[in-house]
Ligand binder design. Structure first.
Ligand code: TXA
Ligand code: MG
Length: 347
Protein backbone atom coordinates (compact mmCIF):
# COMPACT_ATOMS: atom_id res chain seq x y z
CA UNK A 1 0.00 0.00 0.00
CA UNK A 2 1.40 3.36 -0.98
CA UNK A 3 1.99 5.83 1.80
CA UNK A 4 3.90 9.03 2.19
CA UNK A 5 7.45 8.52 3.38
CA UNK A 6 8.44 11.30 5.77
CA UNK A 7 12.00 12.56 5.18
CA UNK A 8 13.80 13.86 8.27
CA UNK A 9 17.09 15.53 7.42
CA UNK A 10 19.67 15.57 10.21
CA UNK A 11 23.35 16.48 10.30
CA UNK A 12 25.19 13.80 12.33
CA UNK A 13 27.36 16.50 13.94
CA UNK A 14 24.36 18.43 15.27
CA UNK A 15 21.62 15.98 16.09
CA UNK A 16 18.17 17.52 16.37
CA UNK A 17 16.47 15.54 19.09
CA UNK A 18 12.95 16.55 18.04
CA UNK A 19 13.44 14.80 14.68
CA UNK A 20 14.94 11.71 16.31
CA UNK A 21 11.97 11.63 18.66
CA UNK A 22 9.57 11.81 15.73
CA UNK A 23 11.26 8.77 14.16
CA UNK A 24 11.39 6.96 17.52
CA UNK A 25 7.66 7.54 17.96
CA UNK A 26 7.05 5.70 14.67
CA UNK A 27 9.23 2.77 15.81
CA UNK A 28 7.42 2.64 19.17
CA UNK A 29 4.06 2.50 17.38
CA UNK A 30 5.21 -0.46 15.27
CA UNK A 31 6.20 1.44 12.10
CA UNK A 32 9.34 1.19 9.95
CA UNK A 33 12.03 3.85 9.60
CA UNK A 34 15.19 3.91 7.48
CA UNK A 35 18.26 5.43 9.14
CA UNK A 36 22.00 5.77 8.55
CA UNK A 37 24.56 3.58 10.27
CA UNK A 38 28.33 3.79 9.79
CA UNK A 39 28.12 0.90 7.27
CA UNK A 40 25.00 1.32 5.13
CA UNK A 41 21.43 2.59 5.68
CA UNK A 42 19.23 0.22 7.67
CA UNK A 43 15.46 -0.23 7.65
CA UNK A 44 14.43 -0.41 11.29
CA UNK A 45 11.55 -1.72 13.36
CA UNK A 46 11.11 -2.71 17.02
CA UNK A 47 13.06 -5.99 17.05
CA UNK A 48 10.83 -7.43 19.78
CA UNK A 49 7.58 -6.73 17.94
CA UNK A 50 6.97 -9.46 15.36
CA UNK A 51 4.20 -7.55 13.60
CA UNK A 52 6.45 -4.53 13.13
CA UNK A 53 9.34 -6.66 11.86
CA UNK A 54 7.01 -8.30 9.35
CA UNK A 55 6.55 -4.88 7.74
CA UNK A 56 10.28 -4.80 6.97
CA UNK A 57 10.06 -8.11 5.13
CA UNK A 58 7.10 -6.84 3.11
CA UNK A 59 8.64 -3.48 2.20
CA UNK A 60 11.95 -5.03 1.11
CA UNK A 61 10.33 -8.10 -0.50
CA UNK A 62 12.72 -10.07 1.68
CA UNK A 63 12.24 -13.85 1.92
CA UNK A 64 10.80 -14.69 5.37
CA UNK A 65 13.62 -17.13 6.20
CA UNK A 66 16.34 -14.46 5.90
CA UNK A 67 17.02 -13.27 9.49
CA UNK A 68 17.55 -9.65 10.48
CA UNK A 69 20.34 -8.13 12.59
CA UNK A 70 19.27 -6.63 15.94
CA UNK A 71 20.87 -3.26 16.72
CA UNK A 72 21.45 -2.17 20.31
CA UNK A 73 22.36 1.06 22.07
CA UNK A 74 23.69 -0.52 25.27
CA UNK A 75 26.40 -3.17 25.18
CA UNK A 76 24.60 -4.84 28.09
CA UNK A 77 21.54 -5.49 25.94
CA UNK A 78 23.34 -8.51 24.55
CA UNK A 79 22.66 -10.31 27.83
CA UNK A 80 18.91 -9.86 27.33
CA UNK A 81 18.91 -10.86 23.68
CA UNK A 82 21.31 -13.82 23.80
CA UNK A 83 20.83 -16.98 25.81
CA UNK A 84 24.55 -17.30 26.47
CA UNK A 85 27.38 -14.81 25.97
CA UNK A 86 30.77 -16.52 25.56
CA UNK A 87 34.07 -14.95 26.67
CA UNK A 88 35.07 -14.29 23.05
CA UNK A 89 31.99 -12.13 22.63
CA UNK A 90 32.96 -9.99 25.61
CA UNK A 91 36.49 -9.54 24.28
CA UNK A 92 35.21 -8.55 20.86
CA UNK A 93 32.60 -6.19 22.25
CA UNK A 94 35.12 -4.27 24.32
CA UNK A 95 37.40 -3.94 21.29
CA UNK A 96 34.99 -3.37 18.37
CA UNK A 97 31.67 -2.05 19.74
CA UNK A 98 30.29 0.31 18.81
CA UNK A 99 31.27 -0.56 15.24
CA UNK A 100 30.76 -2.76 12.19
CA UNK A 101 30.95 -6.17 13.86
CA UNK A 102 27.84 -8.37 14.18
CA UNK A 103 27.88 -11.31 16.58
CA UNK A 104 25.80 -14.43 16.02
CA UNK A 105 24.70 -16.09 19.28
CA UNK A 106 21.94 -18.35 20.58
CA UNK A 107 18.82 -16.23 21.00
CA UNK A 108 16.91 -15.61 24.21
CA UNK A 109 13.14 -16.04 24.45
CA UNK A 110 12.36 -12.36 24.03
CA UNK A 111 13.56 -12.30 20.41
CA UNK A 112 10.68 -13.30 18.10
CA UNK A 113 11.25 -15.93 15.44
CA UNK A 114 10.03 -13.44 12.85
CA UNK A 115 13.19 -11.42 13.52
CA UNK A 116 15.49 -14.44 13.30
CA UNK A 117 13.83 -16.01 10.28
CA UNK A 118 12.76 -19.00 12.36
CA UNK A 119 16.27 -19.69 13.71
CA UNK A 120 17.32 -20.21 17.35
CA UNK A 121 20.19 -17.78 16.86
CA UNK A 122 20.27 -14.01 16.75
CA UNK A 123 22.69 -11.55 15.14
CA UNK A 124 23.46 -8.50 17.29
CA UNK A 125 25.43 -5.35 16.67
CA UNK A 126 25.96 -1.92 18.20
CA UNK A 127 26.35 0.72 15.48
CA UNK A 128 28.74 3.63 16.02
CA UNK A 129 26.77 6.18 13.97
CA UNK A 130 25.45 8.96 16.23
CA UNK A 131 22.04 9.05 14.50
CA UNK A 132 21.60 5.28 14.75
CA UNK A 133 22.52 5.38 18.43
CA UNK A 134 20.17 8.26 19.17
CA UNK A 135 17.30 6.53 17.37
CA UNK A 136 17.74 3.25 19.26
CA UNK A 137 18.06 5.12 22.55
CA UNK A 138 14.90 7.18 22.01
CA UNK A 139 12.94 4.18 20.73
CA UNK A 140 13.73 2.42 24.02
CA UNK A 141 13.99 -0.95 22.28
CA UNK A 142 16.53 -2.88 20.22
CA UNK A 143 15.97 -2.21 16.51
CA UNK A 144 15.91 -4.94 13.88
CA UNK A 145 17.38 -3.55 10.67
CA UNK A 146 18.50 -5.11 7.42
CA UNK A 147 20.08 -2.92 4.76
CA UNK A 148 17.39 -0.52 3.47
CA UNK A 149 17.31 -1.72 -0.14
CA UNK A 150 14.89 -3.89 -2.08
CA UNK A 151 16.02 -7.50 -1.65
CA UNK A 152 18.75 -8.31 -4.16
CA UNK A 153 19.75 -4.69 -4.92
CA UNK A 154 23.03 -3.00 -3.88
CA UNK A 155 22.89 -1.76 -0.28
CA UNK A 156 22.13 1.96 0.16
CA UNK A 157 24.86 4.35 1.26
CA UNK A 158 22.78 7.52 0.84
CA UNK A 159 19.16 8.46 1.60
CA UNK A 160 18.60 8.88 -2.17
CA UNK A 161 19.46 5.19 -2.68
CA UNK A 162 16.89 4.22 -0.04
CA UNK A 163 14.20 6.36 -1.65
CA UNK A 164 15.02 4.90 -5.10
CA UNK A 165 14.02 1.48 -3.74
CA UNK A 166 11.53 2.17 -0.94
CA UNK A 167 9.83 5.56 -1.35
CA UNK A 168 6.14 5.19 -0.44
CA UNK A 169 6.74 1.80 1.14
CA UNK A 170 8.19 2.93 4.48
CA UNK A 171 6.93 5.37 7.12
CA UNK A 172 10.01 7.58 7.35
CA UNK A 173 13.69 7.99 6.59
CA UNK A 174 16.34 9.91 8.47
CA UNK A 175 18.66 11.45 5.90
CA UNK A 176 22.02 11.75 7.61
CA UNK A 177 24.20 11.98 4.51
CA UNK A 178 26.59 9.44 3.04
CA UNK A 179 27.68 6.47 5.17
CA UNK A 180 31.33 6.09 6.11
CA UNK A 181 32.28 2.44 5.66
CA UNK A 182 30.10 1.88 2.58
CA UNK A 183 29.60 -1.84 2.97
CA UNK A 184 28.00 -3.90 5.68
CA UNK A 185 29.22 -5.19 9.03
CA UNK A 186 31.23 -8.37 9.46
CA UNK A 187 29.03 -11.27 10.61
CA UNK A 188 30.85 -13.59 13.04
CA UNK A 189 29.33 -16.87 14.22
CA UNK A 190 30.23 -17.48 17.88
CA UNK A 191 28.08 -20.61 18.21
CA UNK A 192 30.52 -22.76 16.22
CA UNK A 193 33.56 -24.43 17.80
CA UNK A 194 35.94 -21.95 16.19
CA UNK A 195 34.59 -18.41 15.61
CA UNK A 196 33.61 -18.29 11.95
CA UNK A 197 33.17 -15.33 9.63
CA UNK A 198 29.94 -15.74 7.67
CA UNK A 199 30.15 -12.38 5.95
CA UNK A 200 33.32 -10.26 5.70
CA UNK A 201 32.68 -6.57 6.34
CA UNK A 202 33.79 -3.43 8.14
CA UNK A 203 36.00 -5.27 10.66
CA UNK A 204 38.66 -7.30 8.84
CA UNK A 205 39.58 -10.93 9.33
CA UNK A 206 43.09 -9.84 10.37
CA UNK A 207 41.66 -7.59 13.11
CA UNK A 208 39.54 -10.46 14.43
CA UNK A 209 42.53 -12.82 14.40
CA UNK A 210 44.51 -10.32 16.44
CA UNK A 211 41.93 -10.56 19.21
CA UNK A 212 40.82 -14.19 18.97
CA UNK A 213 43.75 -16.10 17.50
CA UNK A 214 42.09 -18.73 15.34
CA UNK A 215 39.20 -17.54 13.18
CA UNK A 216 37.63 -19.56 10.39
CA UNK A 217 36.47 -18.10 7.15
CA UNK A 218 33.33 -19.88 6.02
CA UNK A 219 33.48 -20.61 2.33
CA UNK A 220 30.39 -18.50 1.75
CA UNK A 221 32.31 -15.59 3.22
CA UNK A 222 34.90 -15.92 0.49
CA UNK A 223 32.07 -16.39 -1.99
CA UNK A 224 34.44 -17.80 -4.57
CA UNK A 225 31.77 -20.05 -5.96
CA UNK A 226 28.02 -20.25 -5.74
CA UNK A 227 26.98 -22.53 -2.91
CA UNK A 228 24.14 -24.99 -2.78
CA UNK A 229 21.33 -23.81 -0.52
CA UNK A 230 21.70 -26.95 1.63
CA UNK A 231 24.99 -25.66 3.06
CA UNK A 232 23.88 -22.05 3.32
CA UNK A 233 24.43 -21.59 7.05
CA UNK A 234 23.20 -18.05 6.99
CA UNK A 235 19.95 -18.13 5.03
CA UNK A 236 20.82 -14.84 3.39
CA UNK A 237 23.69 -16.57 1.64
CA UNK A 238 21.53 -18.37 -0.82
CA UNK A 239 19.87 -15.33 -2.33
CA UNK A 240 21.18 -13.13 -5.14
CA UNK A 241 22.72 -10.02 -3.67
CA UNK A 242 23.96 -6.55 -4.47
CA UNK A 243 22.97 -7.00 -8.10
CA UNK A 244 22.93 -4.04 -10.46
CA UNK A 245 20.47 -4.16 -13.35
CA UNK A 246 23.24 -4.53 -15.93
CA UNK A 247 24.91 -7.84 -16.69
CA UNK A 248 28.18 -8.03 -14.80
CA UNK A 249 31.48 -9.88 -15.16
CA UNK A 250 34.27 -9.96 -12.57
CA UNK A 251 37.89 -10.45 -13.68
CA UNK A 252 40.26 -11.88 -11.06
CA UNK A 253 44.00 -12.51 -11.20
CA UNK A 254 47.24 -10.53 -11.29
CA UNK A 255 46.94 -6.82 -12.00
CA UNK A 256 48.51 -6.94 -15.49
CA UNK A 257 46.38 -9.87 -16.59
CA UNK A 258 43.23 -8.27 -15.22
CA UNK A 259 43.86 -5.10 -17.21
CA UNK A 260 44.58 -7.05 -20.40
CA UNK A 261 41.47 -9.22 -20.07
CA UNK A 262 39.26 -6.28 -19.13
CA UNK A 263 40.39 -4.31 -22.20
CA UNK A 264 39.76 -7.37 -24.38
CA UNK A 265 36.26 -7.83 -22.96
CA UNK A 266 35.45 -4.12 -23.34
CA UNK A 267 36.35 -4.38 -27.03
CA UNK A 268 34.38 -7.60 -27.46
CA UNK A 269 31.24 -5.92 -26.13
CA UNK A 270 31.87 -2.57 -27.81
CA UNK A 271 28.44 -2.68 -29.51
CA UNK A 272 27.00 -2.32 -26.00
CA UNK A 273 27.33 0.42 -23.38
CA UNK A 274 30.14 -0.96 -21.23
CA UNK A 275 31.13 0.28 -17.77
CA UNK A 276 34.35 -0.71 -16.03
CA UNK A 277 34.73 -0.73 -12.25
CA UNK A 278 38.42 -0.14 -11.72
CA UNK A 279 40.91 -0.41 -8.89
CA UNK A 280 43.96 -0.01 -11.12
CA UNK A 281 43.15 3.42 -12.52
CA UNK A 282 43.87 2.20 -16.07
CA UNK A 283 41.95 4.20 -18.71
CA UNK A 284 40.11 1.68 -20.85
CA UNK A 285 39.22 2.43 -24.44
CA UNK A 286 35.57 1.92 -25.49
CA UNK A 287 34.24 1.88 -21.93
CA UNK A 288 33.07 4.24 -19.19
CA UNK A 289 35.66 3.71 -16.49
CA UNK A 290 34.82 4.44 -12.86
CA UNK A 291 37.87 4.49 -10.63
CA UNK A 292 37.10 3.31 -7.11
CA UNK A 293 40.46 4.40 -5.75
CA UNK A 294 43.64 2.51 -4.95
CA UNK A 295 42.98 2.81 -1.24
CA UNK A 296 40.59 -0.07 -0.52
CA UNK A 297 38.79 1.73 2.31
CA UNK A 298 37.93 4.51 -0.09
CA UNK A 299 36.95 1.92 -2.70
CA UNK A 300 34.61 0.20 -0.22
CA UNK A 301 32.93 3.52 0.48
CA UNK A 302 32.22 4.07 -3.22
CA UNK A 303 31.39 0.50 -4.27
CA UNK A 304 27.59 0.34 -3.98
CA UNK A 305 27.11 3.95 -5.11
CA UNK A 306 29.08 3.21 -8.24
CA UNK A 307 27.04 0.10 -9.03
CA UNK A 308 23.88 2.19 -8.73
CA UNK A 309 25.38 4.93 -10.92
CA UNK A 310 25.93 2.43 -13.72
CA UNK A 311 22.23 1.56 -13.51
CA UNK A 312 21.17 5.19 -13.68
CA UNK A 313 23.43 5.68 -16.73
CA UNK A 314 21.82 2.63 -18.36
CA UNK A 315 25.03 0.71 -18.83
CA UNK A 316 24.34 -2.72 -20.42
CA UNK A 317 27.43 -4.48 -19.18
CA UNK A 318 29.68 -3.92 -16.18
CA UNK A 319 33.17 -5.38 -16.14
CA UNK A 320 34.73 -5.26 -12.68
CA UNK A 321 38.43 -5.58 -11.97
CA UNK A 322 39.17 -7.78 -8.96
CA UNK A 323 41.15 -6.38 -6.02
CA UNK A 324 43.44 -7.71 -3.32
CA UNK A 325 41.63 -9.69 -0.58
CA UNK A 326 43.63 -8.25 2.33
CA UNK A 327 41.82 -6.16 4.97
CA UNK A 328 38.55 -4.75 3.70
CA UNK A 329 39.46 -6.13 0.24
CA UNK A 330 37.96 -9.47 1.27
CA UNK A 331 34.58 -7.81 1.87
CA UNK A 332 34.80 -5.92 -1.43
CA UNK A 333 35.52 -9.14 -3.35
CA UNK A 334 32.68 -10.93 -1.53
CA UNK A 335 30.24 -8.22 -2.68
CA UNK A 336 31.60 -8.18 -6.25
CA UNK A 337 31.45 -11.97 -6.60
CA UNK A 338 27.83 -11.96 -5.47
CA UNK A 339 26.91 -8.85 -7.46
CA UNK A 340 28.02 -10.54 -10.70
CA UNK A 341 26.14 -13.73 -9.82
CA UNK A 342 29.49 -15.63 -9.80
CA UNK A 343 30.07 -14.67 -13.42
CA UNK A 344 33.82 -14.69 -12.77
CA UNK A 345 36.72 -14.94 -15.21
CA UNK A 346 39.97 -16.02 -13.56
CA UNK A 347 43.10 -15.07 -15.49
O1 TXA B 1 26.11 -3.30 8.41
C1 TXA B 1 25.12 -4.04 8.52
O2 TXA B 1 25.18 -5.16 9.03
C2 TXA B 1 23.78 -3.49 8.00
C3 TXA B 1 23.40 -2.28 8.84
C4 TXA B 1 22.02 -1.75 8.52
O3 TXA B 1 23.52 -2.59 10.19
N1 TXA B 1 22.78 -4.50 8.04
C5 TXA B 1 22.76 -5.54 7.18
O4 TXA B 1 21.68 -6.40 7.33
O5 TXA B 1 23.60 -5.73 6.33
P1 TXA B 1 21.25 -7.44 6.21
O6 TXA B 1 19.96 -7.98 6.69
O7 TXA B 1 21.23 -6.79 4.89
O8 TXA B 1 22.31 -8.56 6.29
C6 TXA B 1 22.38 -9.39 7.45
C7 TXA B 1 23.00 -10.69 7.13
C8 TXA B 1 22.15 -11.54 6.21
O9 TXA B 1 22.99 -12.20 5.29
C9 TXA B 1 21.48 -12.52 7.17
O10 TXA B 1 21.16 -13.73 6.54
C10 TXA B 1 22.55 -12.68 8.24
O11 TXA B 1 23.16 -11.41 8.35
N2 TXA B 1 21.95 -13.05 9.52
C11 TXA B 1 21.18 -12.30 10.33
N3 TXA B 1 20.76 -13.01 11.40
C12 TXA B 1 21.27 -14.25 11.27
C13 TXA B 1 21.21 -15.46 12.02
N4 TXA B 1 20.51 -15.54 13.15
N5 TXA B 1 21.87 -16.54 11.56
C14 TXA B 1 22.58 -16.48 10.44
N6 TXA B 1 22.68 -15.37 9.66
C15 TXA B 1 22.05 -14.28 10.07
MG1 MG C 1 21.35 -6.61 2.89
Amino acid sequence: MAKKTVVLKITPKKIELNKIKKAAEIIKKGGIVAFPTETVYGLGANALNAKAVLKIFRAKKRPADNPIIVHVYNKEDIYRLAKHVPKEAEKLISKFWPGPLTLLLKKSKIVPYTTTGGLDTVCIRMPSHAIAQALIKESKTPIAAPSANLAGRPSPTTAEHVLEDLNGKIDAIIDGGRTKVGLESTVLDLTSEVPTVLRPGGVSLEELENVLGAVKLHRVAKAEYEIESAVALSPGMKYRHYAPKAKMILVEGSKEKIIKKTQQLAEEYSDKKVGVLSFSGYEYKVAITKFLGKDLKEAARKLFTTLREFDIENVDMIIAEGCDTKGIGLAIMNRLRKACGYNIIRV
